[in-house]
Design a protein around this ligand. Structure first.
Ligand code: TXA
Ligand code: MG
Length: 320
């Protein structure tokens, strides 16, 4: 058997680890992923164990190109239209192709599969060199904030998982998840690709999941993406003892811990900073992080979604 690199440096080294059934963290344009060969149940099981993630919560299969994605899922003409947005921060939940080279642990036994082609050159090269789709949840212990830097991944797993460092993630929020079922298109998770952009390509409105689709949709569990501190949302100003996460104009004379998601009130910049700044304020050790109101339009939908989940009552055993 080929000897595996103990401290991988090149992308080829990381691909070797994946081909041998190991786990590696890799950068994408949204957040860092925790990757494993999606065809190996043993490797995928190691993801669930490392994250302490409930096994009924399915994983996204990351592909290098459309040809690879078509070995996993059935693409209707409608799905093909949406696939034109790849590579990008969009996950399509589609009917699983019978005989797809996928462990049932990836789909958690569902007859659908979540597929995406990430828009990050290192991720694409890693998948292509591995030659297999990669199962890849966000590279955080279940229930914690998604990592947008390699250092956050290292901190989350205590340095036990090799991390391919691609710098800070450009989008900073997870992908938007869209389920295509026949003629129906619903959004299961708001994310880094604004719904309006997807609707423009589709030429029609997309519904939001109402919960009766029978999806085990996990990013949909109320408590998710939680920092240790509690969150107080729509806070015009911070109170004594709190940290403050501002948006736009920051309060004058505030001496407590503070970050500004975007001084110019730019939603893209705010999305990119959201998880990192929550990580940083959380590290300040306060009990409560007060968060400024964020307008709901465009990316604001996903930002407010993540904030609401981070503020929800915690049940760490049921988050992903
Ligand atoms: O941006 C992202 O999507 C990142 C990067 C690494 O690609 N990944 C990510 O994975 O956020 P994860 O596992 O943290 O969230 C994936 C979500 C989960 O909520 C899961 O339930 C849902 O996708 N999902 C995956 N397959 C599904 C399926 N067949 N049906 C319904 N939901 C599915
Ligand atoms: Mg996650």
């Amino acid at each position: 058997m080929q000897k595996l690199p103990s401290s991988p440096t090149s992308i080829a080294d990381f691909a070797l680890i994946l081909r041998a059934g190991g786990l590696v963290a890799f950068p994408t344009e949204t957040v860092y992923g925790l990757g494993a060969d999606a065809g190996s149940s043993e490797a995928v099981l190691a993801i669930y164990e490392a994250k302490r993630r409930p096994r009924f919560n399915p994983l996204i299969a990351h592909c290098a190109d459309l040809a690879m994605a078509e070995t996993l899922a059935v693409f209707s003409p409608l799905a093909k239209k949406l696939a034109a947005l790849w590579p990008g921060p969009l996950t399509l939940v589609l009917p699983k192709l019978p005989g797809a080279p996928l462990s049932d642990l990836v789909t958690a036994g569902l007859d659908t599969v979540g597929v995406r082609i990430p828009n990050h050159p290192m991720a694409l090269e890693l998948i292509a060199l591995t030659g297999r789709p990669l199962a890849g949840p966000s590279a955080n212990p279940s229930g914690r904030l998604s990592p947008t830097t390699a250092a956050q991944v290292v901190a989350g797993f205590g340095g036990t998982i090799p991390v391919l460092d691609g710098g800070a993630c450009a989008a900073g929020l997870e992908s938007t998840i869209i389920k295509v079922d026949g003629d129906e298109v619903v959004q299961l998770r708001a994310g880094a690709m604004p719904r309006t952009e997807i609707e423009a390509v589709l030429g029609r409105k997309i519904g939001k999941a109402s919960g009766h689709e029978g999806i085990v949709a996990p990013g949909m569990m109320a408590s998710h993406y939680a920092p240790r501190a509690l969150l107080r949302l729509d806070a015009i100003s911070p109170a004594d003892g709190e940290a403050y996460l501002a948006f736009g104009q920051a309060p004058h004379n505030w001496r407590g811990p503070m970050r500004n998601l975007s001084a110019s009130a730019d939603p893209r910049e705010a999305a990119r900073n959201l998880f990192s700044m929550l990580h940083e304020l959380d590290a300040a050790g306060v009990d409560t992080i007060a968060v400024a109101p964020i307008p709901a339009a465009g990316l604001g939908e996903a930002i407010n979604d993540r904030l609401a989940r981070a503020a929800a009552p915690r049940d760490l055993t049921h988050s992903g």
